[in-house]
Design a protein around this ligand. Sequence first.
Ligand code: C2O
Ligand code: CU
Ligand code: CU
Length: 485
Amino acid sequence: MKTRRSVLSGLGAAALAPLLPNLSQANTRSLTLSMPPLLDATQSGRFFLNAQAGKINFRDQSDSDTWGFNQSFLGPTLRMSNRGVTAAKVTNTLEEAISVHWHGLVVPGDVDGGPHQLVAPGQTWAPELSLDQPPTTAWYHSHTHGRTAEQVQKGLAGVLQLTDELDEERGLPTTYGVDDLTLVLQDRRFDRSGRMSYALSMPDRMMGFLGDTMLINGQVGATAGVPKGIVRLRLLNGSNARIYSLVMSDERPMHLIGTDSGLLDAPIALDALTLAPGERYELLVDFGDGSDVSLLSGQNTNEPMMGGRMMGRGQTSGPPFVVLPFTVDTSAKASITQLPSDLGGSRPSMALSGARSRALTLDMAMGPGMMMRRNSKQFSINDQAFDMNRTNFDVKLGQLERWTVSTNMMMHPFHIHGVMFQVLSENGKLPRSQNIGWKDTILIDGQAEILMRFEHPASESLPYMYHCHILEHEDGGMMGQFTVS
Ligand code: C2O
Ligand code: CU
Ligand code: CU
């Protein structure tokens, strides 16, 4: 266990900045954090999403033009059964094509919602999602090749909850928005009139978009009210590129109970958690002492290194910023006050023998040649930029696959569709404790080895994707596709 001083000072904390460094907070209202509306499809077995345009006044200034599902910005939390069939229906009332990918659902390529499955303006897409996987927190977002970053930025994303309705028996908090909080972490920029802006500079294109203002569930400057007891935080990093290094301001432990693709066997006490784009983590935090506390993050440190020199925007230093303040309502009775010891989940441990090996290197072209190269192969995997018309490889259904994924110059959150994987190693060592559960996205800083088995088919016309989840990198070509048959 690190001491209090070491963890916070590791994040550069001399003093706390109230928000990200460049932000002057325009409003002084105190806002209570709200949850995305809950759309519970466990009984009906069906849900409907309408991609629509809207306007949001984020900062008590001018309205921003936004997109969302069934509302102006972001979408509802879709709760569905982790086993059985749920019928989805997605209508696109926007003026450009979108797709809706179910990130974290282990479904065949033909309902995965990747870039080949566009929903044109005015069209409806109605896939049947047949699930059989552990309960978890996943998400959905647009995946239109070349447009993903901007479409997600404008709001085409939401949270998925897969449930077996046994969380009460597990001793986990289950009351949505009370002791079971869904938290979508995003950073955005606003212009002087308070309008959300997404204008990419050259460094933004290289490193991915970083905002200067924190949004939680689409809200700026909100505080979460919590009961005096144990609260479940379902964290989603829905940011385009920002990597959060999370700690509680008083360094109380964050008890990790779930990773991307399911619950652990037992909670693990962490003093810090890294949350990269696309990742989900579930935590229990004990507010039983009644004192107010904040969730903080260190600055984003993901900048290219060239010959040991930072090529970035110099945002790697600076004090931690507040992601979300919590106030404890001491009169609210908490339903859970004890940490559960047995979560009933699992840690993957597959036998290695017979695995087919593949090596993938996530590349970016940098340095003096970069300007000339412009968009040609600035981002690639194994030297190939994504091409909608090329299948990169074929995987055999049911075959054990061992992938060695490497990065250079920058960290990249690597995601694979249609599967949950075991992390075998990170830079030759056993995985960090936050990566011992089932994952579908892993932040790679050097090299990681992962192990998995694809149990569903994906065809040549509707293949699965693997890519960096920094959306500007993905759109720029750091993506590939494969079939499973
Ligand atoms: Cu969350 Cu292929 O993406
Ligand atoms: Cu995905
Ligand atoms: Cu990347």
